[in-house]
Design a protein around this ligand. Structure first.
Ligand code: SF4
Length: 318
């Protein structure tokens, strides 16, 4: 007589409970959940790296796809135009990589893990998300939320075991919804602090539920303080901005750097950008700025500028 494998049957029960929960509580309204278009899913995944889903869903994703509905449209666009669509979203290297990627692909995004990972800015996670969410391939997806759920559910202390456990727990019959369900569980229930285990569909068999935070890996964030001295140079109602070629806001237009002269000091403000904690000091500047482009107020509305520059413009009331 054949005996059933207890681990397998525990997995099957948990998978079913997870999918039932997802059906009722999942974030089905997110626009990229209702498409199988590889390009659209890829855009959403790149935007979602480092940015909250609701923010991407509300503003950036629809606006970006309205301007670039296909990968060919994105490939034909100028980098400046793409960066201006990314304005305020931060981590601009993502926009540059997406643009580069579109130029490489031209018409068709690759349809498998291996080829996707050869593209700029696409790692294992993004490739797996595209393969699972757009192409419905049976592949385990592990983002930060899923990693936290699996660490706790299986009572793991070692991060490098997560992918192995994700693979063994993967529901091959409904892998797309399984991955999305785990992602939403991590985002809505199994949150970093004080998870609501009583509402969790996995709470009966979860090994970490007595002490969830014991299985949460904390990554210390290393902030870098930086002080900037920027000039406000206005000629004929146009403001001078220079294209940044440094790692800070690379490719975007910024106020030019100046030597600080106390009598020209206008004021300062604080701004956070990725790992940087910035103190931005503004000074009046009078000489024509070499290499600068002068923008009218109207031109600035569509220019590729960062939220720091927008804050500075507000500060000087331009
Ligand atoms: S029972 Fe608690 S710790 Fe375990 S997966 Fe659910 S929310 Fe996370």
């Amino acid at each position: 007589m054949s005996q059933s494998n207890p681990i397998k049957s525990e997995h099957l029960k948990a998978q079913k409970l997870l999918l039932d929960w997802f059906e009722k509580e999942g974030r089905h309204h997110l626009p990229w959940r209702n498409t199988r278009d590889v390009y659209r899913v890829l855009v959403s995944e790149i935007m979602l790296q480092q940015t909250q889903a609701e923010r991407v869903a509300k503003d950036y994703y629809p606006h970006f796809l309205k301007s670039y509905p296909t990968i060919s449209d994105l490939a034909k666009a100028s980098l400046d135009d793409v960066l201006s669509h990314w304005s305020g979203l931060g981590y601009y290297v993502r926009a540059r990589n997406l643009h580069k990627l579109a130029k490489i692909c031209q018409k068709r995004v690759p349809q498998n893990m291996q080829d996707l990972q050869k593209l700029p800015g696409v790692g294992r996670y993004t490739a797996s998300a595209v393969c699972s969410f757009a192409l419905e391939q049976s592949v385990a997806v592990v983002d930060t939320n899923i990693k936290r759920v699996l660490l706790r559910y299986f009572g793991l202390h070692e991060q490098n075991l997560v992918l192995e456990f994700a693979n063994s727990f993967l529901n091959h019959k409904d892998s797309r919804r399984h991955n999305l369900a785990l992602m939403d569980l991590g985002s809505l229930i199994c949150v970093p602090k004080n998870p609501t285990c009583k509402d969790c569909p996995l709470n009966i068999t979860c090994k970490g539920r007595e002490n969830p935070e014991l299985f949460t890996l904390k990554k210390p964030v290393q902030y870098e303080n930086m002080e900037l001295f920027l000039g406000v140079n206005i000629r004929n109602k146009k403001l001078a901005l220079v294209r940044s070629s440094s790692k800070l806001y690379n490719g975007l237009y910024l106020l030019p750097q100046v030597d600080p002269v106390e009598e020209n000091f206008l004021g300062s403000f604080k701004h956070s950008y990725t790992k940087y904690r910035l103190k931005v000091n503004l000074y009046k500047s009078f000489d024509l700025v070499k290499g600068a482009k002068y923008f009218t107020y109207e031109e600035l509305q569509d220019a590729p500028i960062s939220s720091m520059t927008k804050k500075a413009l507000k500060f000087i009331n331009f």
